[in-house]
Design a protein around this ligand. Structure first.
Ligand code: ADP
Ligand code: MG
Length: 555
């Protein structure tokens, strides 16, 4: 991106960029990323078409998805992408906001620098602003009744509004709320007991909350050789969980060693079949109905078990395996022969279902920890993934609000309130630092400004209308459809305080890291520096949060 504009020269294999230019180029790179996603903010945000290197086209209006897939090779842009990933991972929402706010701050910083402010003064002002803003967030929080499902649904609705038609948004908000509620005890939400599975095909309205566990047979296990004739449903099932491969030496392997010794070969064959019989005997004696194995299961064993009416699932995913153990109270063992009666888990019912070309097992009525699964349907594989991401945002929001016990008005209302407070507060702060605090306040207005612009209105007019409305009411935000000011408490647009808090600290962190760099040194490629910085095929959520960036060593 901005790299081409950089004045670079090469000395001893090291590329350097001049001091002032380095900072400028970095700021420009950061702003470019923010600009790229600005129009996606809010329910009325527009879609972006992402075209992959292989020609695949993805249309999305989720800032987090865009950032996660953006092919950036500029270290600053890359850093913003990782800020977004970290935001997504820690609080699950507010990704676009955090990056936009960073972009606004960088723009403000550029002006302050050209006015002659030193980066240290600027950063001191920003830190001051964030400290105060975070305290104000506490004061602005509106207490909610944690037992009030309607209030929680309102929180869940904010991330889904505008993504689909109103009825679907309502439905998903309700599913997410019920899902979280099901695994909540006294404000604490056990997220590991709530899983979200999105399957392409079908209709959005076919999405459901399953009270129990889902095991995706396609994703987690080989389904080929599924024994014919096994029941679709097993009642009062007994389950066994085995960690390691269930195998016996293959005849082929033996052959190569002992081909010339028929007797020994015979003995090994006998041993092999004895081992298999042992496995089968143990499982039959324990009355196991379904066997889950994290690795593969010998085909002959599988067939024999099928003949005994036993259902086997190979390559069960680790998370599903753990969830099975918690819900069914089964204890995972190393090998089948270790199994005892006490290790056997139970489930009221295990059912096989085929949905959207995927085989699923639903495991319900378990004696252990309560587990619920949100099964999302509709659209192509990509749409399903997107749906999953948005629902995860809803879940995160509801969980955080249950934890915080408070909400903040959305639609830019909170940012505007903070901006007004900081701008007034700046006057009481002496020195040049106050300029930076004022600049921070203006950057915060970038959020309502983007919401107005995304509704197609003129940000200058509407923003001043919003500012003046705030004199009487600090919960006025922007209605994303009309672009006009509207009371967010009345329209029940609520967000978790932790998301807003994290947006502030994420933006400050990114800005200060960018600002502290005054020199760019491109070291020559080193063999050992092949660390993966999270740009794999997973979504941003699956990324490891890297609280730093490749070359930030020493900061
Ligand atoms: P992020 O990645 O930051 O969560 P979103 O695209 O989800 O970005 O947009 C979030 C912004 O949209 C927040 O400022 C939120 O308050 C606002 N928003 C969402 N729903 C509404 C609504 N119904 N009315 C007004 N603002 C809304
Ligand atoms: Mg959001």
């Amino acid at each position: 991106m901005a790299r081409t504009n950089r004045q670079q020269w090469i000395t001893h294999g090291v590329e350097r960029t001049a001091r002032a230019d380095a900072r400028q180029a970095n700021i420009a790179a950061g702003r470019a990323v923010a600009t790229a996603i600005r129009t996606t903010l809010g329910p009325n945000g527009s879609d972006k078409m992402l075209i992959g290197a292989d020609g695949t086209v993805i249309v999305t209006n989720d800032g987090a998805s865009i950032l996660a897939r953006m092919d950036v090779d500029d270290p600053i842009a890359e850093m913003l992408v990782s800020v977004a990933a970290a935001q997504d991972q820690t609080v699950g929402d507010g990704t676009t906001t955090a990056v936009l706010l960073t972009g606004e701050l960088l723009a403000a910083t550029e002006e302050l620098l050209s006015d002659g402010l030193h980066p240290t003064t600027i950063l001191a002002g920003y830190h001051h602003a964030v400290d105060r803003a975070r305290k104000r967030l506490d004061a602005y929080g509106i207490e909610i009744d944690r037992t009030d499902d309607e209030a929680l649904r309102a929180v869940a609705r904010t991330p889904v509004t505008g993504r689909w038609d109103d009825a679907s948004a309502e439905r998903f908000a309700d599913l997410a709320t019920r899902g979280v509620r099901a695994v909540e005890t006294g404000g604490h939400v056990d997220v590991q007991n709530l899983t979200v599975t999105a399957l392409p095909g079908g209709e959005l309205r076919e999405s459901e909350l399953v009270s129990g566990l889902l095991v995706d047979m396609d994703a987690s296990s080989t389904t080929e050789g599924f024994p014919f004739g096994l029941p679709r449903q097993i009642d009062t099932a007994r389950l066994a969980l085995v960690d390691t491969e269930i195998t016996v030496d293959t005849a082929d392997a033996i052959e190569s060693v002992t081909v010339s010794e028929p007797e020994q070969r015979e003995r090994l064959r006998a041993y092999e079949s004895e081992t298999r019989e042992d496995v089968i005997r143990t499982l039959v004696a324990l009355g196991v109905d379904v066997l889950f194995c994290q690795k593969s299961i010998d085909t002959v064993v599988r067939t024999k078990l099928a003949n005994e009416g036993m259902f086997t699932v190979e390559r069960t995913r680790q998370d599903e395996f753990d969830a099975l153990s918690r819900a069914t109270e089964a204890t995972a063992v190393q090998s089948v022969t270790d199994l005892t009666r006490a290790d056997i888990g139970r489930a009221g019912s295990i059912e096989r279902r085929s949905l959207g070309g995927t085989e699923l097992l639903t495991i319900t009525d378990c004696p252990g920890e309560r587990h619920v699964s949100l099964l999302l349907r509709g659209g192509t594989e990509h749409v399903a993934e997107e749906t999953q991401r948005i629902i995860e945002d809803c879940i995160a929001a509801v969980r955080l609000v249950l934890h915080d016990g408070r909400v903040l008005p959305g639609g830019g209302a909170t940012e505007m309130a903070l901006a007004r407070d900081l701008s007034a507060h700046a006057d009481t702060v002496g020195g040049r630092e106050q300029l930076a605090i004022k600049a921070f306040a203006e950057a915060l207005e970038g959020i309502p400004r983007a919401l107005i612009a995304n509704a197609g209105l003129d940000p200058i007019d509407e923003l001043s209308a919003l500012r003046s409305r705030h004199e009487e009411n600090a919960t006025i935000g922007i209605d994303p459809t009309t672009g006009k000011p509207r009371d967010m408490v009345q329209s029940k647009v609520f967000e978790p305080p932790s998301v807003k808090d994290r947006c502030l600290t994420s933006a400050l962190g990114a800005t200060s890291r960018i600002l502290r760099v005054d020199d760019i040194i491109r070291a020559k490629p080193s063999d050992s520096d092949d660390t993966d910085h999270g740009s794999d095929e997973h979504t941003a959520r699956a990324h490891r949060s890297t609280d730093g960036y490749p070359w930030a060593i020493g900061h």
